[in-house]
Ligand binder design. Sequence first.
Ligand SMILES: *Cc1c(COP(=O)(O)O)cnc(C)c1O
Length: 369
Amino acid sequence: MTRRVPVLDLGVSTAALRPELDAAIARVLESGAFINGPDVAAFERELAAYLGVAECVGLNSGTDALVLGLRAFGIGPGDEVIVPTFSFFATAEAVSAVGARPVFADIDARTFNLDPASVAAQLGAATRAIIPVHLYGQSAAMDELLELAARHGLHVLEDAAQALGGAYRGRKLGSLGHAAAISFFPSKNLGAFGDGGVLATNQKPLAELCRELRQHGGKDKYRNERIGYNSRLDTLQAAILRVKLPHLDQAVRARRAAAARYEELLGDLKHVQLPWQDPNASHAFHQYTLRVPADRRDQVQADLAARGIQTMVYYPTPIHRLPVYRAQYSRVTLPVAEAAAGAVLSLPLWPEISRSDQEYVAQALRDLF
Ligand SMILES: *Cc1c(COP(=O)(O)O)cnc(C)c1O
């Protein structure tokens, strides 16, 4: 019988916390406060303390955290926002959703994150903001990007959806920009049992505006002052996240240990580029992503699958080449991102992955290379 190694297994950590989770869920059921219950504000305070920011605003997804963050910055039609083309679609989708225009920049081949030189080349009169993505849990080049933004008076909205638990120069990812979007999609480093997100910021007025936007654009329920959204974090999800947050650092340490084990097992392989780690940062290892020769990537993925090993391609298509954007951006070429999309492969990784699972994955790769 073939062994099976999934790309992610959430069952172990859920089982370990089950009594605490059950108690938290029961408490919400008994209170009946499903919307804006006390767990929401408590979780916002606890996550803000964890990140070292003044405010967290609970929202219904990481995508909405991007959308509401842009709206709170006052970004809309006529404005341009620079985003990496190598990310999950939501990074650009949020820009389009507020009526602004995403301007795609290329990435660094080693980090897979925004290349500050490419960002600088895309700056124009209409540029209002930059969204650096900390892809796979690895910090973007924040020193350069913050400096560029300061010089040109731009907002910086971190897309930290994959990066909770990571750090840059000793500060948590999600606390470095003017605001940050964090996602609690179940597979993320801090996963809810459904959708959820947070907008984190040190700017109190920005947080206040997001609190209005998440609730139909008014401080007061029936005194709507602007067009907003229905985008609250469910009390149930907040209660669940409060149970999980104290275990986040331990889970990220376990991810980093598993990454170190892969490095030990695969470090000498030719033709395979392992994740690069910025010495000034602490990688949150949401994903452990290899670069393999592009002409072999799909075959390698199929060969691993035949041995019961599930892998993922994040992301197979740069955003400017997706059906929704490709006509509009047909003249854009971003060669580093386009090459990366054909060559990346993410290996199984979760905090409790066993050494023997990792050895099995590594042996399979060694047989192929
Ligand atoms: C997951 C993710 C999002 C969106 O978060 P949701 O909570 O699923 O809406 C945005 N950007 C990146 C890079 C992501 O990985």
